[in-house]
Design a protein around this ligand. Structure first.
Ligand code: FNR
Length: 184
């Protein structure tokens, strides 16, 4: 089957290695999935006072999440946690109370860093949040991608064979996870 995956990239910068990683995973999924990149750079800072007149950008994002079969988070590590822009988007999509767009969807976490531990601490913090918003988060395999110059080519090809195979297995496992957990 073919799945629609809502993709949150936790970095806003153009040359983001995490955005490149997301494109590489999209390529590894082939025709089994389509990635919809969720725009998070215009989501207002979450303010519970605005729940009753919910910001239009938040409503748009929640619609995109609801229309997807699954959610993929590709995040950098900022100061040993997740970037504020990503947390802001997650908080927004989970609200108002009782109208959480994530509820029950299958999800996965991955990330890349130029640092040796490859975003591991950010990913672990993120899992804590995602479990609370009731996403069915894939536990294994984990993937901490240690980025080195040239790892991901412009067309999304992973140049290192070992890393390519590892990420293919990761993507295959996520697609299996979606098959088991998605609600149609
Ligand atoms: C970083 N970086 C970083 N790396 C890491 O491994 N652990 C960390 O805690 C941090 N902290 C951190 C804080 C801030 C504010 C910035 C801007 C950067 C480095 C980070 O991994 C690197 O900049 C990546 O390239 C960011 O990901 P994108 O934007 O390339 O996807």
């Amino acid at each position: 089957s073919h799945y629609k995956i809502a993709v949150f990239v936790g970095s806003l910068r153009k040359e983001s290695i995490n955005r490149q990683l997301a494109h590489a995973l999209e390529k590894l999924a082939g025709d089994r999935a389509s990635f919809e990149y969720i725009k998070i750079d215009d989501i207002p800072l979450y303010n519970q006072d605005h729940d009753k007149q919910f910001p239009a950008q938040g409503t748009r994002m929640k619609g995109q999440v609801r229309a997807a079969d699954a959610v993929l988070f590709v995040t950098p590590e900022y100061n040993r946690s997740i970037p504020g822009v990503l947390k802001n988007a997650i908080d927004t999509a989970s609200r108002p109370y009782g109208d959480n767009a994530f509820a029950g969807k299958p999800a996965a976490v991955i990330g890349s860093s130029i640092g040796a531990i490859g975003s591991a601490l950010a990913q672990q913090h993120l899992r804590n949040v995602l479990v609370f918003v009731n996403l069915a988060v894939m536990a294994q395999p984990e993937a901490f991608v240690h980025y080195k110059e040239g790892l991901i080519e412009a067309d999304g090809t992973i140049s290192n064979e070992g890393t390519r195979k590892f990420l293919q297995d990761y993507m295959d496992a996520f697609l299996d996870w979606i098959q088991v957990h998605h609600k149609g």
